[in-house]
Design a protein around this ligand. Structure first.
Ligand SMILES: Cc1ncc(COP(=O)(O)O)c(C=O)c1O
Length: 386
């Protein structure tokens, strides 16, 4: 009975695709202890370094002291303690929407939003490189899913033209694509959404705290519309855990009443909510944190360019393309030998033969940290150059 699972695992080993978690003990926002030694972390989504910010930690501790460690129930039964309203009001104000709603994870926010809003008979147009949680939300909704080539507006328009006008239509996209760090063409998508009467769902998981003065994709592109529904996570730049959706009051009320991942899951813990509120307060009150992220992003962008490594300076996500799974694993191992954590990202997360080191800079890295990484990358023989 276990043969099939064992065979699948063996195949993964043979194809250099086997994965297992490594235990890293965080020391601060940019360093971890691994097997007794200190390593520089260059692979996390802790873009603003807020996991170790004193104000964020104090907010989390205060929330635990005040409300305990767990919420003890779903939001619609017993778990909705006072900090939820404070966080959701702050999130909505930060995103410039009427209302917001939290979920237990960004993954759940995407599942819970898409499955609540889209139904069999509807048509979803989904970018080819959307995150797994968007893809699974689309599948679970029962709507017809049409995948459009990455950011290809002309093809998407042709697909919209071909779709039945009687169907409810959705366009769904990452705001910042997680593996390449590129931005979705939001103004063009909003134009299509207006002309073809579609709802536009944008996942701001890697955009919140990162672009648009930290407010995300819509703010970056100066796009405002009740058609835009933004999802996201508190687990990356906000340094906590949990997901959210922002939109009009009607949409949020509808999601509260129809979203199974919202209705049937225990509410987030006080520490998560407290930390998330603290993170938004830091973003509002201390512009230097976001400014540091921009400075480090520009620095890395220019350094990589001078090495012939392509990439944009829009976001702190730099895909260092290697190629085969074996070479990607070996590049990651070389970085580790130099006390740098840069994970090997392989298929199916990315297309075959585009294995990569997903390098991320944060507001907390020093320029010396970045220089150390650049020197190692320079020595890797397998990096794809311009
Ligand atoms: C684009 C994107 N959306 C959603 C998620 C899920 O968020 P969470 O980790 O909070 O579940 C992730 C990553 O984890 C992501 O990269």
């Amino acid at each position: 009975m276990f043969q099939r699972y064992q065979a699948a695992l063996s195949q993964r080993q043979e194809e250099a695709q086997f994965r297992s978690p490594h235990t890293y003990t965080p020391v601060d926002a940019t360093h971890v202890i691994y097997h007794g030694s200190t390593y520089l972390m260059m692979a996390s989504n802790n873009y603003l370094g807020l996991t170790h910010h004193p104000h964020v930690q104090a907010r989390a501790k205060h929330a635990v002291d005040t409300y305990g460690t767990g919420s003890g129930g779903a939001r619609l039964t017993s778990g909705s303690f006072p900090l939820f309203e404070e966080l959701e009001t702050k999130l909505a104000a930060w995103k410039g929407t009427e209302a917001a709603l939290t979920f237990t994870a960004g993954f759940m926010a995407n599942l819970g939003t898409i499955t609540a809003l889209a139904k069999p008979g509807d048509i979803i147009f989904s970018d080819q490189w959307n995150h797994a949680s968007l893809i699974d939300g689309c599948r679970l909704s029962g709507a017809t899913v049409k995948v459009y080539p990455h950011k290809d507006i002309a093809t998407l328009e042709a697909m919209l033209q071909d779709s039945a006008a009687s169907s409810m239509r959705f366009i769904i996209t990452d705001g910042v694509f997680s593996m390449d760090g590129d931005l979705t063409p939001l103004p063009e998508l909003l134009d299509l959404a207006n002309r073809y009467d579609a709802l536009l769902i944008v996942d701001d998981a890697h955009a919140t705290g990162v672009i648009g003065d930290g407010r995300g994709t819509a703010h970056h592109f100066h796009c405002e519309s009740p058609r835009i529904i933004t999802t996201g996570t508190m687990s990356k730049a906000l340094g906590a855990i949990g997901g959210y959706v922002c939109g009009t009051q009607t949409m949020i009320d509808y999601i509260i009443n129809h979203s199974r991942p919202f209705i049937f899951a225990t509410a987030l813990s006080p520490a998560d909510i407290g930390a998330s509120i603290g993170a938004l307060e830091v973003l509002e009150d201390d512009p230097s944190v976001y400014a540091n992220l921009r400075i480090n992003t520009e620095y890395m962008h220019h350094a990589l360019r001078s090495l012939g490594i392509p990439g944009s300076s829009d976001t702190p996500i730099f895909p260092i393309i290697i190629g085969s799974n074996e070479d990607t694993l070996s590049a990651s191992r070389i970085c580790k030998e130099h006390r740098i954590i840069l994970s090997a990202i392989r298929p199916p997360t990315v297309p075959v033969n585009t294995g990569r080191l997903r390098l991320t800079v944060t507001a907390s890295h020093t320029q010396q940290d970045l220089q150390t990484v650049i020197e190692i990358l320079q020595k890797l023989p397998t990096v794809t150059k311009l």
